[in-house]
Design a protein around this ligand. Structure first.
Ligand SMILES: [Zn+2]
Ligand SMILES: [Zn+2]
Length: 348
């Protein structure tokens, strides 16, 4: 088994060859068919989040060496004696946001929020390898013939945007929402919004190429976030103050723009982890009766809902950049440098 492993933060990944593990108990061994490259891998690689004002938050509990990769589709090769419901040859997308299974959050179905996570590719070994071990078949979802490279990103970028959009379900069927950030997540959000029956979205991005991609993907309008009147342009395009904003960037400028664009009763859902600090005008919280909510990946049950839409063909594929698995290091560099439009997926 060959893995591309993170041995030290900020350092190039190392290629490691070792024996392919034998699954035990409820474990399932899969041969990796597609591994999506996600922006959160860059935070893991760097080992920290930027909190603004020169402060950094170390990512806790990341054991090194680690095989990153949390958007994985694989073919079942073998299963432990207690793994039921899968057989060799099955192609499955992996739900990576695994918790301890015992705490109140896990018991309530929110394993993705567990304080003792066992997330694949984050604290346990993930998909930047030719094989992956998944602890239980319940984390393996059918893709029913969908291209593995198309299905892989649903495990993180798809689920993350799906869960964020679900937090605006009371709004998006009747009126436009705003999506800040038109990278891989933004394009995914546009397609999912359509699949969920949304009215559409005004997209904000500071990059002209990404605004173009957003318009091509069906955005109602695309606004330059760096324009001095960006809020005015966006609210004009939406026909008034927004009741729903998804911020997929999550830095000082994007959150203030999103907050300023909120109308009365509006909700800003912060998803992006670019970092920084925000200075909201506090009186505007009560005046607008505004809500600011964070959203972190999504639950196993949301992943089931999402994959049901995908299997039904209701979600158009987002633009993909396919690269060989061995180019994972270069792909992370390109993603960090903002040189990837769409979603990068590695295939063996
Ligand atoms: Zn991710
Ligand atoms: Zn737990």
């Amino acid at each position: 088994m060959r893995s591309y492993r993170l041995k030290d933060f900020e350092q190039p990944l190392e290629t490691v060859d070792e024996d392919t593990p034998t699954p035990e108990g409820t474990q399932v061994l899969l041969r990796v068919k597609a591994a999506g490259v996600c922006h959160s891998d860059i935070h893991i690689w760097e080992g920290s989040y930027d909190l603004g004002g020169g402060r950094k938050m170390a990512m806790r509990g990341i054991p090194l060496p680690l095989t990153m990769g949390h958007e994985t589709v694989g073919e079942v090769i073998a299963a432990g004696p207690e793994a039921e419901g899968v057989k060799a040859g099955d192609v499955r997308v992996v739900f990576p946001w695994i918790g301890c299974g015992k705490c109140a959050l896990c018991q309530a179905g929110d394993e993705h929020l567990c304080n003792r996570p066992r997330a694949l590719g984050v604290v346990c070994d993930g998909g930047y390898a030719d094989h992956i071990v998944v602890p239980h078949p319940r984390y393996l979802l059918a893709i029913d013939g969908v291209d593995p490279a198309v299905a892989a990103p649903y495990a993180c970028s798809g689920l993350t945007t799906f869960s964020a959009l679900k937090k605006l379900e009371h709004v998006f069927k009747d009126e436009p929402i705003m999506i800040i950030g038109a990278g891989g997540l933004g394009l995914m959000a546009l397609t999912l919004l359509k699949a969920l029956g949304g009215k559409g979205a005004v997209v904000v991005d500071i990059d002209a190429k990404k605004r173009e991609a957003a318009l091509a993907a069906g955005a109602l309008a695309a606004v330059d976030g760096a324009a001095p009147d960006a809020v005015k342009q966006a609210t004009a395009a939406a026909g008034g103050g927004l009741r729903g904003v998804v911020d997929l960037v999550g830095n000082t400028q994007s959150t203030s723009l999103g907050f300023d664009a909120l109308g009365k009763g509006g909700k800003l859902v912060i998803v992006g982890l670019f970092g920084g600090a925000a200075a909201f005008a506090l009186p505007m919280f009560p005046i607008k009766a505004a809500t600011v909510q964070g959203s972190f990946v999504g639950s196993l049950s949301e992943f089931h809902q999402l994959m049901e839409l995908v299997r039904a063909g209701a979600v158009p594929a987002v633009p993909l950049i396919r690269r060989p698995l061995a180019e994972v290091g270069q792909t992370l560099e390109d993603l960090r440098g903002g040189r990837i439009v769409g979603r990068a997926v590695l295939t063996p």
